[in-house]
Structure formats: C-alpha cells, structure tokens
Design a protein around this ligand. Structure first.
Ligand SMILES: [Zn+2]
Length: 492
C-alpha cells in the first residue's frame, strides 16, 4: 500500500467506526422508543448491517477522495507544463536562421543549453563563459559588467554541450585546440538575439565564450541612453553638422557601442547617405549600409573607409579607430564634407586628444576635424532593495567633511535575492562632453602648444562636468558606491 494513501485510509476507518457506532445507537434507541423486542436474529442482522453500511460509505469516501486527488494532480501537472512551455519562449537558430535542434545529433543536452541561454538572456548578460576547472566546467555570466557564477557542470555533461555550441556556430567540432569563431542566433520572447561564439584550447580543456549581441529591436534611442538635457542638446546639434568628427570614447564595457548605435538610429536616412563600417556588425539598423570588417580577407577599416569615400556618403560610422591609417583617412574625410562618427579606446576626453596625436594626427588637424568628444562610463547602480549606509574610511570621511556631505548619504552594496546577492541592480551611463569651440581651437592651433597645455586647458574648461565629478555626484546621492567610483576612475 503506498504511503501517500495512508491518511485517506485512516479517515475511511474512522468513518467506518462511526457508522458502526451510529448503527448500534440507532437500533438501541429505536427498539427502546417503540418498545420493540426484536428477536435475536433481527438484532444480529442489524448489528452486522451497520458496519457493512459503514464500510460502503468509507469505501465511497476513499474512492471519491482519491479521484479528486488524481484530477487535482493532473490539473497541477498540466498547468506546470503549460507554464514551463510558456516561460521558456526560446528557439535556437543557426547563422542563417534555421532551427538548430535538428542539426545537433545529441538531443539530450538541449535542455541544459537552452537553460544556460535562457538564464543569461533573462539576466541581461552580455557574455557567457564556459571554462574547464579541475573535473568540471564553470559556467559564468557577465551581468552589468561584472562576472557572476551561474553553475558548475561535470565534464561528461559539459563536453556534449560545448560540441553543441560548436555545431550551432558552424565550427569544426574535431578541432579542440586552435581558436575558432562563429555565430548563431536565438528567438527570445519574439525578438532575434545574435550570439558570437569563440572557442580556444586552454589548459584542462576548451574554453567557450559566447557574446550576446542585443536583440534587433533593442536599439535604444538617443533620448534613452542617459544624456542630461543639456548634453542631449549638444549631441543633437553635433549630429546635424555636415562635416566633422564625433568621437565616443571609453574603455571596454563603457557602453560606447550603445551610444554609437543610438546616434546612428537618430539620423534621417531619407535625407542622408549613411554608411557604417563595423567589426563586427552588432546590431542591424534598417536603411543604412553596414559593412563588416574581415581582416583575414583584407577588408580592413582603412581599406573600406578609403573605398567608401568614392560613394560620397554624408555620414560614415566607424566601429573603432584603432590604427594610424584609419585615423588619418577619417580626419581628412571629416575636413572634406563628411560627418564621421567613431569610437576610440581611451579613458577620457583628454586622453582622446593624446591618442589621436599618437595615431599621427597633428593638433592643428584635430582642431579642424574634431567637433565633439564624448567620454563615458557605465557604473553599477546600487540595488534599491538592499543598499545600506556605508562604513567610510578616514580618507572618505575627510572628503565628506571637506565638501559638507553627511556620512550617511554614502551607501554601500549589501545583497538580496532581487540583485542576485551582488548588491547592484542595473547600470547608469555617465558622460563627459568636450565640444570644440573657438577658444579650444586657438589653443590647439598654436604651433608651440604641447599636450600638457591641452590637458590644462581641457581640465579647466570641464570643471564639475568632468567624468570623475559626475560619477562622484552619484556616490553622494547614494545611487552608486564609492567602490564603483574607484573602479570607473582607476585610470584617471
Ligand atoms: Zn539587492
């Protein structure tokens, strides 16, 4: 007898006993009230009948209860499976948009693969890492710029999953040491999401990195990326100029690409011929020509840029200026009737000018080409559900005293289920804008000007509009932590 039926049968037994006692009582009171003297046979018959009726009642009760339990279980099972199917709204597709589940020989690992992808997309992760570690594989996500552990898989479970990612991405599954790269797609809650996959043989196995490229329709508008009202005004005016250079600067993970795409999306494609050279094309923007760099095939930023100038585009977007040739052509193009929008890997606006001179652009050419330089950082926002008053060290306390900031205004992360115990939830984009005005042009154009002069001038112009001051204002408002300020400004 299954144990889970026990309570039901106890109830049945109690029922049966009740019926038996009720039968005896009924018979006794009936015979007494009616002064009946039943013969002993009839009395015996009624005594026998009472428990029988009790047993029938109890059996009926047990049967009906069990039926109800079974139907409840079926209902619960149905709704759970429906819920699961509705919840996991995810289809994995290859580079050409074909369902990859048929492509992969081993179907057993599909639920794990889908679970990893599903969890990563739900957390808005930008990267998924699979790393060999001793006898297992560590699955980690990069969320809001910080890496967190998702799970650990035993090697025998991880290896088929790695092969599956390689099949999806059109890689050679037999090649386990040489670096390989590829791509696959997914339909997630009705939107297309692209993944860039890269594998390389490392000590102890094969490392897999999956970069999540945001959904097609997730391109944010320029009003949505975090510019203040006055910053938005400056950026919007710069986008309307017919020629010049707009640079977006910051280290890796500072949100340059999002800003670049937001700016591109804001252009009027009906009136302008827009061409974008990218490595890789991360988001598709309708109505503009996007060209992907492929250095192996000789398609470089410089070569595409030189050729595309013949098509006389009004606006050229450069995914990144990273070499002297590209920098030179871009600066020339910006002075000859083209608007160049590009990203540059540098810490702030001052280092952008230094970087441009390093790439061989003289200060006077920078003065002529550059219109606007935008430096940015993405800082993590403290989780509003669990942030707590910070314990300040001596330096921090003296800073607060100097600037008349109450100690309890500064908050620090704590951790709760809502923020995955990280203490942070979401990010804040912080910008520093440097516009080329007549005064700055004069400084740059003077032949005796040195980089130090430029630094001094820019510092004095920016003042509290400088990136560091802006990030500190978020610390003082308790929106981010002192640690985040230090992390974001470490290279200043
Ligand atoms: Zn929290």
């Amino acid at each position: 007898m299954p144990l889970d039926n026990l309570p039901v049968n106890i109830v049945g037994a109690i029922f049966s006993l009740c019926w038996f006692l009720a039968g005896l009582w009924a018979m006794k009171s009936f015979s007494e009230n009616h002064k009946l003297h039943l013969p002993s046979l009839a009395r015996s018959f009624m005594i026998l009948l009472s428990p029988l009726l009790g047993l029938i009642g109890a059996a009926a009760y047990v049967f009906l209860t069990q039926q109800k339990q079974i139907s409840d279980l079926i209902k619960a099972g149905k709704s759970a499976s429906q819920k699961k199917a509705e919840k996991m709204d995810l289809t994995l597709l290859d580079e050409h948009g074909r369902d990859v589940q048929q492509k992969s020989g081993n179907q057993a690992g599909i639920p794990t693969v889908k679970k990893i992808i599903w969890d990563a997309l739900n957390l808005n992760a930008s990267d998924i890492f699979l790393d060999p570690k001793n006898d297992s594989y560590l699955i980690r996500f990069r969320v809001d710029g910080a890496i967190r552990v998702h799970s650990t898989l035993p090697v025998q479970e991880a290896l088929p999953i790695i092969s599956m990612f390689k099949v999806f991405s059109n890689m050679d599954i037999a090649e386990k040491r040489r670096p390989q790269d590829g791509a696959f797609n997914a339909m997630y809650k009705g939107s297309a999401v692209a993944f860039r996959a890269a594998t390389v043989g490392v000590y102890g196995g094969e490392k897999v990195t999956l970069r999540v490229i945001a959904a097609e329709n997730s391109n944010r508008k320029i009003t949505e990326i975090g510019f203040s009202k006055s910053q938005f005004g400056i950026v919007n005016s710069a986008l309307k100029i017919p020629s010049g250079m707009i640079l977006i600067c910051g280290p890796t993970g500072s949100g340059k690409t999002s800003t670049l795409y937001a700016m591109l999306s804001s252009l009027d494609y009906n009136l302008k011929n827009v061409l974008s050279i990218e490595d890789p094309v991360e988001r598709v923007i309708p109505n503009i020509s996007q060209i992907e760099v492929n250095s192996k095939a000789g398609i470089t930023f410089a070569s595409v840029l030189r050729n595309s100038l013949r098509q006389n585009p009004d606006v050229i977007c450069l995914g990144e200026i990273r070499d002297e040739e590209t920098a030179t052509i871009a600066a020339q193009a910006a002075q000859t009737g083209h608007l160049i929008i590009a990203t540059l890997h540098s810490n702030d606006n001052i280092s952008t000018i230094v970087r441009l001179t390093d790439l061989g652009i003289p200060l006077r050419n920078i003065a002529a080409a550059l219109q606007l330089s935008i430096s940015q950082r993405l800082i993590r926002r403290l989780c509003p559900h669990c942030k707590k008053t910070a314990q300040l060290n001596e330096v921090q306390q003296s800073y607060c005293t100097t600037y008349n900031i109450p100690f309890d205004a500064i908050k620090q992360p704590h951790g709760c289920p809502k923020c995955g115990n990280t203490g942070y939830l979401g990010r804040i984009a912080v910008f520093e804008l440097l516009t080329m005005n007549d005064n700055m042009r004069k400084v740059l154009e003077q032949p005796e000007t040195t980089i130090t002069d430029v630094k001094d001038y820019v510092e004095s112009t920016l003042g509290t509009a400088a990136l560091g001051s802006r990030i500190m204002s978020y610390v003082i408002n308790g929106e981010t932590s002192w640690d985040e300020y230090e992390r974001a400004t470490i290279n200043f």
